[in-house]
Write a protein that binds this ligand. Structure first.
Ligand code: G4F
Length: 339
């Protein structure tokens, strides 16, 4: 029988790619999902009902529930991907963010320590930990968080190290830089842009190939921030590799290239032959109280120890996200016409 893994936040972007990856490796995958009155399973709909895939309702902030689940499953590996992951939102909901992003991982670490100490643990740390530290950043770069989200993630990051050193747990933190895909949430800047471009492309088809005159502009915040963007599918391979090593450790996963939001806009608008500056307006409410200006990761350790490197380039990533949203837009429009 294959290994058993528990993935928290299995219905998120990362959870869905990781579940596919582990199922291909013949793991039994238990996915933790929060109860909701609306359907939040869109990204994993194709996995529900597959042999080896089980959904469990629960919440990482509920310590009793987490203990019960870990005691019952005795998983070989736990991947903690559940989080309030939007940096901007964390300024409006700092306490809820801290509960999910710091207390949640602590609940899991405690459950592993007391109920299932053989379990290997992966914590989703983030490049946001580096905050105002100059790029390129690696595992030894000072962590100077710039948001409630990053402070909560830093607490969790420190707990991973503590539980490794104090209790000998096999606990690893993956310090992941931004990672995107066609399954990215629509409130993140990349998907917000690709979805807008797809809608505009659809509208141009019905308007003799030109943008409709009254077409609304896309409201964005800071266009000068630079991020190190990779494809999510590449990142989940790195998460798994961390838990297959002889010794637990923390690793940066990044492409080593950074691009501004403006560069993302340029590439996304290129297939339409349009200048993004004619379609974007800045909205002061979308600027954050404190911004992380420039993230660019040095993943040399992951390359050397894990043999990991990203396979999808920045240009390929933008193209696949735009193409996917254009196809969705076509389907949406087709369905509307048919009904
Ligand atoms: O897409 P973003 O919201 O991602 P951000 O803040 O970099 O965080 C993402 O990556 C982190 C890893 O580095 C993860 F830990 C985190 O969970 C998340 O996945 O924003 C990217 C940049 C920011 O500088 C933001 O200020 O885009 C800027 N931006 C400009 N206009 C905007 C917008 N961001 C959003 N979400 N929406 C805007 O309208």
């Amino acid at each position: 029988m294959g290994k058993a893994a528990l993935i928290t936040g299995v219905n998120g972007q990362d959870g869905s790619y990781l579940a596919e990856f582990l199922l291909e490796k013949e793991y039994r995958v238990h996915g933790l999902i929060r109860r909701s009155s609306v359907d939040t399973k869109e990204r994993i709909a194709h996995l529900v009902g597959q042999p080896g895939f089980e959904l469990i309702t629960g919440d990482v902030t509920d310590a009793t529930g987490v203990h019960r689940i870990i005691r019952r499953i005795q998983p070989d590996e736990v991947y903690n991907l559940a989080a309030q992951s939007h940096v901007g939102v964390s300024f409006d909901a700092p306490v809820a963010t801290f509960a999910a992003d710091a207390v949640g991982p602590l609940n899991i670490l405690e459950a592993i320590r007391t109920e299932s100490p053989h379990t290997r643990f992966y914590q989703a740390s983030t490049s946001e930990l580096f905050g105002s530290s100059q790029p390129p950043q690696n595992e030894n770069t000072p962590m100077i968080p710039r948001s409630p989200y990053a402070v909560a993630k830093l607490a969790a990051h420190s707990l991973v190290r503590l539980y490794r050193e104090a209790y000998g747990l096999f606990a690893c933190a993956g310090i992941l830089y931004n990672h995107e895909s066609e399954r990215r949430g629509e409130e993140f800047v990349t998907r917000k842009i690709t979805k807008y471009v797809a809608r505009l492309a659809g509208a141009m088809k019905n308007s003799a190939g030109t943008p409709p005159l009254d077409w609304p502009k896309l409201a964005l915040g800071n266009l000068d921030a630079k991020r190190d963007w990779s494809f999510c599918g590449d990142m989940v391979r790195g998460m798994w590799l961390m838990l297959q090593q002889d010794q637990p450790d923390d690793f940066v996963l990044a492409s080593g290239e950074s691009h501004s939001v403006r560069e993302f806009l340029e590439l996304a608008f290129r297939p339409l032959g349009l200048d993004y500056r004619d379609f974007v307006r800045t909205d002061p409410s979308l600027f954050r109280p404190a911004e992380v200006d420039h993230l660019c990761g040095d993943a040399a350790k992951a390359r050397e120890v894990l043999g990991w490197e990203p396979r999808v380039s920045f240009e390929e990533l933008v193209t696949r996200m735009v193409e996917s949203d254009v196809a969705r837009e076509r389907d949406r429009h087709g369905l509307r016409c048919a009904s």
